[in-house]
Design a binder for this molecule. Structure first.
Ligand code: ADP
Ligand code: TRP
Length: 325
């Protein structure tokens, strides 16, 4: 199914809630930047989300919203194969085959599982198995590059090991994928200075309303230095977000205001808010366009499904034959 000689890049996001700017700068933005250079596959990781979302209405809404978000941030359906994970049931078949190659102690090393069990929470088999499903996502379409945030690197390494194990057992079948992490925005801080994450309640929602965004930005935690005091921009959570959002030359002016003193945190936050709203406005318009045109969205997903199903079926035919089915 090679349409050109571009490398295949693939990534997905779980529809588990409202995307925040950490998801955007840590993962989603990279997708948009990669769509010209790669044969890019981007999907909605629905089976993964089922490890946490077990309410029909919520899951449906999250899926719908994530698809709109993908389109709003600028993924171009002409360039990208956009699809829903649940449109390729072959992934669960391949997950089973991989399950028979990996061991329990090996899977126990995975962060998602380890974090939960260290916090005394009993993980479901689904959560335990999640890196194997992720390996199937990556390996089925022969992905070479996987753009992800830093916290997902381990899972891509695991996919690589699974590919190697399968190839050693049954003969060369899968390419070994490489992760692709953007160095400058590895971890986006949340409003409390910890990693921005849904689970910490410290997020700035990417497509929040003006009021929600204002509340989050004005609530960013800072130290208590007075406006006239010199400040270290590298130690300020507000400035860390300016680096992502505020264009030059304003960014350098703000930096100077911190270093020389004279710029207070309150004013810095107001500038961040203004720049964030300017940044998000065109994306909001795009999101609204797709929201108002569900037929177009359906057509995009139909095309994605047709394309990825053909790839998946062809690969599974080869895999089934190789394992002796
Ligand atoms: P959350 O931690 O909010 O639950 P997810 O685990 O769903 O976020 O992450 C989805 C994607 O966004 C992943 O690729 C992840 O690496 C990236 N990501 C999430 N939070 C951040 C952050 N604070 N900084 C950079 N990337 C992030
Ligand atoms: N586990 C990823 C996350 O939580 C989502 C994901 C599922 C994924 N399958 C993938 C990412 C395959 C990249 C490739 O962010």
């Amino acid at each position: 199914m090679k349409e050109n000689n571009k490398k295949i890049a693939l990534s997905g996001i779980q529809p588990t809630g409202t995307p925040h700017i950490g998801n955007y700068f840590g993962a989603m933005k990279q997708f948009v930047e990669m769509q010209d250079e790669f044969n890019l596959h981007v999907f909605v990781a629905e089976y993964h989300a089922m490890t946490t979302v077990q309410d029909k209405k919520t899951l449906k809404e999250n899926i719908h919203n994530l698809i709109l978000d993908y389109l709003a941030i600028g993924l171009d359906p002409e360039k990208v194969t956009l699809y829903r994970q649940s449109d390729i049931p072959e992934l669960t078949e391949l997950t089973w085959m991989f399950n028979c190659l990996v061991t329990v102690p090996w899977l126990e090393r995975a962060h998602a599982f380890k974090d939960k069990s260290e916090r005394g929470i009993e993980a479901t088999v689904g959560l335990f198995n999640y890196p194997v499903l992720m390996a199937a996502d990556i390996l089925l379409p022969n992905s070479q590059i996987v753009p992800v945030g830093k916290d997902q690197i381990q899972h891509v390494e695991m996919a690589r090991e699974i590919a190697r194990k399968f190839n050693n057992t049954y003969g060369n079948t899968f390419s070994e994928p490489e992760e692709h992490v953007v160095e400058s925005t590895q971890t986006v801080p949340g409003t409390d200075g910890q990693k921005m994450s849904k689970s910490y309640g410290n997020t700035i929602p990417l497509f929040g309303t003006d009021a929600e965004i204002k509340k989050a930005i004005m609530g960013i935690v800072t130290d208590s230095k007075l406006p006239e005091e010199p400040k270290n921009p590298d130690e300020c959570n507000v400035f860390a977000l300016h680096r992502l959002i505020t264009p030059e030359p304003e960014l350098s002016e703000i930096k100077k205001g911190y270093e020389d003193g004279g710029l207070g945190y309150g004013d810095s936050k107001k500038m961040l808010l203004k720049n964030y709203l300017a940044f998000i406005t065109p994306m909001r318009a795009k999101r609204k366009y797709y929201e108002d045109n569900p037929g177009i969205v359906r057509q995009i997903l139909d095309e994605g499904r047709t394309k990825i199903q053909a790839i998946g079926r062809e690969k599974m035919k080869e895999v089934r034959e190789k394992v002796g089915l």
